[in-house]
Write a protein that binds this ligand. Structure first.
Ligand SMILES: Cc1ncc(COP(=O)(O)O)c(C=O)c1O
Length: 413
């Protein structure tokens, strides 16, 4: 098979740089990928596959960085969206779907009594910490070092354009280190409104870390003892690990939980669900946006949740992720590589120990896989979808065998 070429992608990128600062910015910036091994622009997707503008086809293990959970162009989701769009999308107020979806999320999430909707993960994470502040009358929020909670000034990982005042009420602690969180709470006695936390540690550029035994329970107890609000940022993991929210997988129930990404299979929507005790505060913290009530993403969300539930999508992603993991770990062993496979099966990440966090081997590995039609990311966790098939995994393993061989050729075992 001829290695892929990216002429149209590269030409479009050159054009993009003239009219768009940076060409493509943020997490989808090609600067984070392996130069000359990845496409920059896509043209279509179907199920677990995507095609770039040069016509190259990929088995997609990034799923648009999370949103695609039941496959590109999932028939049930597309039909629901099409039917809704035929009646209109954006009105002076919401449609009945606004209520139906809130009721559905409340029914799915054991601790939740209400839901609100936004468009991005950043919207709901910022709003959730504002609710925590308003409810407690305290200013500070505990945030794990290196965690990503969005682009807003208090959270963005790139502080250009951000003032010290924007961050003045953010107190850092280390994920999985209950002592560091306890210390942060003690040092800010009476000023801490809450803690925001992802269900497992999935910081870009690092191996993922599952919550240590007792860590999330300890966070819950600390919040209860200090009347703080526990915000779960389930933006990335939500509806990939458990239908009731990822906290259920780890035996913890937060006070507020933020969803986005997988909730509507690629249609723009985010949500925050919460406990009754925060209902009053939630109704008093201003929250709105031009498209917050749009109906089509809500129809898509209801259909996505139906599809996940009726097809056992969560279980399927876990099983396929396990097959992929077992196959790739066996290949690494045969090639003499020490690799770290981290994260839950549906959201795995692999690194080479010899890279020592510098990503040289994994960049080559992912680049070699991309040029052969398997789309992984060298620095960000990967995503399975419920539309991946056993045949996808079989074909992927043929490609990863060749990618491991390419790494061995360049770096030795
Ligand atoms: C854990 C987490 N929180 C928040 C966000 C921000 O979401 P958005 O990019 O939709 O604003 C992301 C996005 O990747 C995320 O992974």
């Amino acid at each position: 098979m001829d290695p892929y070429r990216f002429e149209r992608s590269q030409a479009l990128f050159e054009r993009a740089k003239r009219s768009i600062p940076g060409g493509i910015y943020g997490h989808q910036s090609p600067m984070l990928l392996t130069t000359d091994s990845y496409p920059y622009f896509f043209s279509r997707g179907a199920g677990s596959h995507v095609w770039d503008v040069d016509g190259n086809e990929y088995i997609d293990y990034m799923c648009s960085y999370g949103p695609i959970v039941v496959g590109h162009l999932n028939p049930r989701v597309e039909e629901a969206a099409r039917l809704r769009a035929a009646e209109g999308n954006c009105f002076n107020g919401p449609t009945a779907l606004w209520v139906e979806l809130a009721e559905r999320l409340v029914a799915l999430t054991p601790f939740a009594d209400w839901a609100v909707f936004g468009k991005n993960g950043s919207d709901v994470c910022t709003w959730a910490i504002e609710v925590a502040r308003h409810a407690t009358g305290r200013p500070k929020i505990a945030v794990a070092e290196g965690a990503y909670h969005g682009t807003h000034a208090w959270a963005t990982p790139v502080a250009n354009g951000v003032t010290p005042e924007d961050r003045a009420n953010v107190v850092k602690f280390r994920y999985n280190d209950l002592k560091s969180l306890t210390r942060a709470v003690e040092e800010n006695h009476g000023a801490m409104a809450g803690v925001i936390l992802t269900p497992f540690r999935h910081d870009a550029g690092h191996d993922s870390e599952m919550p240590a035994e007792g860590f999330l329970r300890g966070v819950r107890e600390l919040c209860d003892r200090n009347a703080m609000v526990f915000v779960l940022d389930d933006v990335r993991a939500g509806f990939r690990l458990h239908m009731g929210g990822s906290g259920e997988l780890f035996g913890v129930r937060p006070d507020l939980s933020c969803y986005c990404k997988a909730i509507a299979n690629g249609y723009p929507l985010s949500a925050c669900v919460g406990r009754d005790s925060l209902r009053q505060a939630a109704s008093e913290v201003f929250f709105t946006g031009s498209y917050f009530t749009s109906a089509v993403p809500m129809a898509a969300a209801l259909a996505t949740l139906d599809e996940l539930e009726s097809t056992g999508g969560i279980e399927r992603m876990r099983e396929l992720g396990e097959t992929l993991r077992d196959g790739m770990l066996a290949q690494a062993l045969r090639c003499g590589f020490e690799v770290t496979w981290s994260g839950p099966p549906a959201m795995p990440y692999m690194s080479f120990k010899a890279d020592q966090g510098r990503h040289a081997r994994i960049k080559l590995f992912c680049g070699e896989a991309a040029k052969r039609g398997v789309y992984f990311h060298p620095r960000h966790n990967w995503f399975l979808s419920a539309a991946h098939t056993e045949e996808d995994i079989r074909r992927t393993l043929e490609v990863t065998d060749e990618a491991f061989a390419a790494v061995r050729k360049q770096f030795g075992a």
